[in-house]
Design a protein. Sequence first.
Length: 598
Amino acid sequence: MAYLSTDKVEHHHHDVVIIGAGGAGMRCALQLAEAGYRVAVVSKVLPTRSHTVAAQGGMNAALGNLDSDHWHWHMYDTVKGSDYLGDQDAIEYMCRAAPQLVKELEHQGVPFSRNDDGKIYQRAFGGQSREFGEGGQAKRTCAAADRTGHAILHTMYQQNIKAGTHFYEEFFALNLIMEDGGCHGVMAWDIGKGEYHLFQAKAVILATGGAGRIFKTTTNAHICTGDGGALCLDAGLPIEDMEFFQFHPTGIAHVGPLISEAVRGEGGYLLNSEGERFMERYAPTAKDLASRDVVSRAIALEIRAGKGCGTNKDYALLKLDHLGEETILKKLPNIHELALRFAGVDCTKEPIPVQPTAHYTMGGIPTNRHTEVVINHEGSDGEEKVPGLFAIGEAACTSVHGANRLGGNSLLEIVVFGRACGLKVMKWLSEHRYHKTIDPDAWHAGVNRVERWLAKDNKGGEKVGDVRANMQDIMQSHFSVYRTEDVMQEGVTAIESLKEAIHQASIDDKHRIFNTELVEALELENLMSLARATAACAANRKESRGAHARDDYPERDDKQWMKHSLATVQGDTVEVSYKPVRSTPMTVESFPPKKRVY
Ligand SMILES: Cc1cc2nc3c(=O)[nH]c(=O)nc-3n(C[C@H](O)[C@H](O)[C@H](O)COP(=O)(O)OP(=O)(O)OC[C@H]3O[C@@H](n4cnc5c(N)ncnc54)[C@H](O)[C@@H]3O)c2cc1C
């Protein structure tokens, strides 16, 4: 290939390279840049366009600003919410750190909403209780109106600019530089200039966000294509628990944008076509604030029973007009705007049509609670670290969410583990002070990945957009809220045969400058690996747990299945293996599995 020559690849040396400028990547960058390290943040979009900006409802911390609260109760709710698949050491770490980190964000400049007494405003969110489920609903979610992610992301960006972090904006990470089992850097494509860059670093941190775009209807931005997980799969590393994909109960029907759980936290509730408040039947105590998997399944069952709304009887209604115009415009201004724009509904007067919509990737790159990427060998319980490689945020599976994430725990996770990663990497850097001499041809694989698309002729084969739509259709119809053996097996076969279409597919635009069609092609490759891993893990797991609900195996089976899935994708085969849950917390006693009732 004519393009292949070393002088066309710009080399950079940093102490650390972080892929991803969302809340996780930027919180970590801040920790390291303030400590004086030379930090590169590579992001395929302008940092403030990362999906964190879309987070609405808030971030959990047991501050107890309205009622008494305790991090240990928060931990209990999170373990229960995870349907006992969450790793309890990591959950303890996160819930303990939460109050301190919210206060730290406030000092860094996040404009949290306030109570009358000046303390940070906290609202009720799903699955939150006091006194280990005995003390009623907790109010634990710290909010900046319904634009909390926006507030956090912009604050993090400003602080990073001040700290001297080096941003490489609109750079697309192509592959990891792996040598001797460790990670030493990353190859990237400058989307704006159409040039190659090799970032060499002593530590590489993946903070690339979720993979909601494997589904057709999702609350996730178009950029949420799971690139970090795909880079790991490509490097022969496993990905964990991909069958657990959260469907948020209240995406706007047929289009997907999220209507935050904050609406129900403020007193909104769901209705079926008969005007019945049906959540009272499914979750007598928590009602509309049961955990997300429970509410999504309830809506799906109402629709199945013919009690859905609209011509096709395929959605529920979310009523909030009784909260009054003043409260809605003050506490939920973004929701008001989204409902108007995407559903044509003025929610101060009428209910919003909602449907379960793909929302959050519980699975991801396996890490321990220190954010080090780990692999497990079949038959062994021990976790082996991948030297120099770390993962945080939605891209990682740490696993604090297990089989189902509680609302408000993800903004928390990105801050807690962003910081934890910064601390761990500093220790790593003190022990690894020099860049490794890497293979001078290390850049080839990344360059080939792009040049292949630019060189292909467009005759025959499908277009990238068509293959993607096809993949999203398959995932939506075969791996949705309720799953069964036949439908999933059909889905696995369909996805496995579709992967061939990528080899045949081509792009029309062959230019190097700002070629968005090329970027979509690269993203499709990533999405396809994750879709294959998701399909294989889902079809394998013969029980119902959290977001993985099966008609044919309706019960949770702790004896056989209280374990994490690990998938590797190599060429034609997806291999699935398992590793134990880390059920032993750091200092407190473990919460043993029991029936989940809300
Ligand atoms: C609509 C919506 C509302 C939400 N509301 C809440 C909420 O109220 N509370 C809560 O706790 N959670 C919420 N969540 C979840 C939460 O916002 C996310 O899980 C979290 O913000 C993810 O942060 P992150 O830093 O891991 O990733 P992101 O913010 O998604 O950032 C990913 C970064 O990776 C970069 N990147 C990805 N691939 C590449 C590549 N190949 N090359 C270079 N860069 C790359 C992107 O450019 C981006 O900068 C919400 C999610 C959505 C979708």
